[in-house]
Design a protein around this ligand. Structure first.
Ligand SMILES: [Zn+2]
Length: 569
C-alpha cells in the first residue's frame, strides 16, 4: 500500500529538533509525519483515508544507513579469486596456497590468484617471484597482500605482463604503479598498485578472462549484504568501468536498485584530469537519476603504510640513513591545480591518504586552491583513511572545511606491518581521532571493504562497536589482538566515539557530504522514507554485542524490504 504508518517504535531520528519519535507516516516514498503514536494516527485518519498500519513492537529504529566509502563492485568481481585463511605463519601460507592450487587446477583457473598474505611476514626484504614459482609452476599466478595495495607475481605472470620493451604493465586506476627490481636490476615479482582485473597481458596470453563487469549473479549476493545491514546508500570509492554503472542504471530503471549510489571517476594520474572530468560528466549525463549520481572524482594520494609508498613527515623508522621520506602521487602544486579545475567543474574530490606527509601536502593544496578560487570555492574535499596524522593537521580540517572519511572498523586493528615504517611513537597513535572529536570535524564513517574475505565487515554495526570500544573484536577474517603486543593499537578513552557520534557519522554526515541531505540522513517530514528496524536495542545492549545486531527490515523510499542475511545462508 502507498500509504502506511509505523507505530510503537523507539525511533532515533537524527533530527536535532525532535531526536526521538514513536511513529511515522509514509506516503509513497516520503515521510509525511513524524511524532508520537497519537499524532501520527490522527494525521493518518485525517489525511490518508485507506492506509496500512505496521506495529514496530517497541523496536529501535534508525535512519537508513549510508556507507561513505566502499567497494561492492570490486567484491562482486572478485568471485574468481581464491580466498584463504588468515595466517602469520609462512609455512602455513605456502600450504594454503598449494591446497588452493590443487582445488582449482589449471583447466579451471588458467590464472591463479590468491588472497591474501600478511605483508608483514616477509620482513623488509619482501617476498620474491621464485618463491611463488615453486608453489605454482604450471601457470601464471598472483598473490595479493592484506593491504589491498601490493601483490606478488610468479615469473610466468610477470613475463606475460611485459610489453615489447620488456616492461611489465597492469591496467590500474590507482596512481603510483611500481614493479620492484633488486640490486641486479631484475624484477622481484613484487608490485604495488595493480588490480587483478587489470592484468590484461595475462588474460591475452592464457585466452581466459575473469568476469570483468557486474551482473545479477555476482552483484546480487554482495548488494544483499549491504541491504540486509540497513544500508540505503553508499559511495563507490572506485567505479571501475562504465559497464558497472550501466548495470546499476538498469537495476534502477527496473526498480531493483534499493540504494542511493554515488559513483566516482578515478583520476589515475594528475595529468589525466581532463579525461577524468569528461568521464564524470558523461556518466552523470548517461546514467544520472534520482538514485544514481557521479559527481565525485577519486584520487589515490598515496599507497599503504605497510608498504612505505606514502609520504612521511619524518624519515621512515626503518631507513638507517634517516633520509627516506617516501613519496606522494602528486606535488602540492599539481593537487592545487586539480582542485581549482574541479571547483570550476563543480565536481567533489575524494582522496585516499594514509600518511602524515601526504595529509599535510593535501591540506596545503586545499588552502592554496581556496586562495585562488576565493568566494567561488564550493566543492567538497574529503580525505579518507587518515591512518597516521600530525595533530597540527588534524586541527586544520575544520578551518578549511575539509571532510574526513573514517573506516570505523579499522580503529582497533593496530596493524603491526606499519610499525617498521612509522616507528613506535606514530604507530601507537594510528587512527586516534581524539582531536577530530574535540574540534567538531565533519567526519563520516565507512566500511571500505574490498574483498569477499571481509564481507561481514560491510555491517555498519561492527564499525560502530569498534569505534565505540576502540578495540578489534576479532570477527571473521580479522583476529582479535593479543593484548600484550597490541595494547598501544587500542584507542585511548578520548579516541572512543559515543554511540550518537557513530550513528551521526553513518547517517546525517554522509548524506551531507554526498549532497543528499535534502532526501536522506534523518527521519524528517519531507525526506525519503528510508529507515532500518533493529532486532536489538543499540542504545541499551552491552557494547560488545553491538556487532551482533541484525536489522529486522529496512524501508527504502517507503518500500519495506526483508533481506535474509546472505552470510548465514
Ligand atoms: Zn577504498
Amino acid at each position: 500500500m502507498e500509504k502506511k504508518i509505523l507505530i510503537n517504535g523507539k525511533i532515533y531520528t537524527e533530527d536535532t529538533r525532535k531526536p526521538w519519535a514513536e511513529a511515522v507516516a509514509i506516503d509513497g516514498r516520503d515521510f509525511t509525519c513524524v511524532g508520537t503514536n497519537d499524532e501520527v494516527i490522527r494525521y493518518a485518519k485525517f489525511n490518508f483515508g485507506e492506509y496500512e498500519t505496521v506495529d514496530l513492537c517497541g523496536r529501535t529504529v534508525l535512519p537508513g544507513l549510508i556507507d561513505g566509502h566502499t567497494h561492492p563492485s570490486m567484491i562482486a568481481k572478485a568471485t574468481w579469486v581464491f580466498f584463504g585463511p588468515d595466517t602469520f605463519d609462512k609455512e602455513e601460507l605456502f600450504q594454503n596456497i598449494r591446497e588452493a592450487a590443487k582445488k582449482y587446477p589449471k583447466e579451471v583457473r588458467p590464472y591463479f590468484v590468491y588472497s591474501s598474505y600478511r605483508a608483514s611476514i616477509f620482513g623488509e626484504e619482501g617476498p620474491r617471484k621464485e618463491m611463488l614459482d615453486e608453489l605454482i609452476p604450471d601457470r601464471p599466478a598472483r598473490i595479493n597482500d592484506d593491504t589491498g595495495h601490493g601483490c606478488l607475481y610468479n615469473s610466468m605472470a610477470l613475463e606475460m605482463l611485459k610489453d615489447e620493451n620488456g616492461i611489465p604493465h597492469s591496467i590500474s586506476p590507482i596512481a603510483g604503479q611500481t614493479f620492484f627490481k633488486d640490486e641486479k636490476g631484475e624484477y622481484t615479482g613484487v608490485c604495488f598498485q595493480t588490480i587483478q582485473n587489470g592484468d590484461v597481458g595475462v588474460f591475452e596470453h592464457t585466452g581466459w578472462t575473469p568476469p570483468l563487469c557486474m551482473d545479477d549473479e555476482c552483484a546480487e549476493p554482495v548488494h544483499n549484504i549491504f541491504r540486509h545491514y540497513g544500508d540505503i546508500g553508499y559511495m563507490d570509492a572506485f567505479t571501475e568501468t562504465e559497464e558497472d554503472i550501466a548495470y546499476l542504471s538498469r537495476l534502477d530503471k527496473e526498480g531493483r536498485l534499493y540504494f542511493y549510489y554515488e559513483g566516482t571517476s578515478i583520476l589515475d594520474n594528475v595529468k589525466n584530469i581532463e579525461q577524468t572530468v569528461e568521464r564524470a560528466r558523461r556518466w552523470q549525463e548517461l546514467y544520472g537519476s534520482d538514485h544514481i549520481r557521479v559527481r565525485t572524482v577519486k584520487f589515490f594520494g598515496d599507497g599503504s603504510n605497510e608498504a612505505g609508498d606514502t609520504l612521511s613527515l619524518i624519515p621512515f623508522a626503518n631507513d638507517p640513513e634517516g633520509k627516506n621520506y617516501g613519496h606522494c602521487n602528486c606535488t602540492m602544486e599539481e593537487m592545487r591545480d586539480v582542485m581549482v579545475r574541479l571547483n570550476k567543474e563543480r565536481l567533489d574530490l575524494h582522496i585516499h591518504c594514509v600518511c602524515d606527509g601526504t595529509l599535510r601536502l593535501l591540506l596545503d593544496a586545499v588552502e592554496e586552491a581556496q586562495k585562488i578560487c576565493g568566494d567561488d570555492w564550493c566543492i567538497r574535499v574529503t580525505i579518507a583513511h587518515l591512518e597516521c596524522m600530525h595533530p597540527d593537521d588534524a586541527m586544520r580540517f575544520n578551518k578549511l572545511g575539509v571532510y574526513a572519511d573514517i573506516s570505523a572498523h579499522w580503529l582497533g586493528m593496530g596493524e603491526l606491518g606499519t610499525l617498521p615504517f612509522l616507528g613506535q611513537e606514530r604507530w601507537r597513535h594510528c587512527y586516534d581521532f581524539s582531536l577530530f572529536r574535540r574540534d567538531g570535524v565533519r567526519y563520516g564513517f565507512s566500511s571500505d571493504n574490498m574483498s569477499p574475505l571481509g564481507n561481514d565487515r560491510n555491517s555498519p554495526f561492527i564499525g560502530i562497536q569498534v569505534a565505540k570500544t576502540g578495540r578489534e573484536p576479532g570477527i571473521g577474517f580479522y583476529k582479535a589482538l593479543d593484548p600484550e603486543k597490541y595494547r598501544y593499537g587500542w584507542q585511548p578513552e578520548s579516541g572512543k566515539f559515543t554511540l550518537e557520534e557513530c550513528i551521526h557519522a553513518f547517517t546525517w554526515r554522509n548524506a551531507e557530504r554526498m549532497r543528499l541531505l535534502d532526501k536522506l540522513g534523518s527521519i524528517e517530514v519531507g525526506k525519503r522514507a528510508c529507515l532500518v528496524v533493529l532486532d536489538k536495542d543499540i542504545f541499551t545492549i552491552p557494547d560488545e554485542e553491538i556487532s551482533t545486531i541484525e536489522p529486522v527490515c529496512t524501508f527504502f523510499d517507503g518500500q519495506e524490504l526483508h533481506i535474509p542475511n546472505p552470510l548465514k545462508a
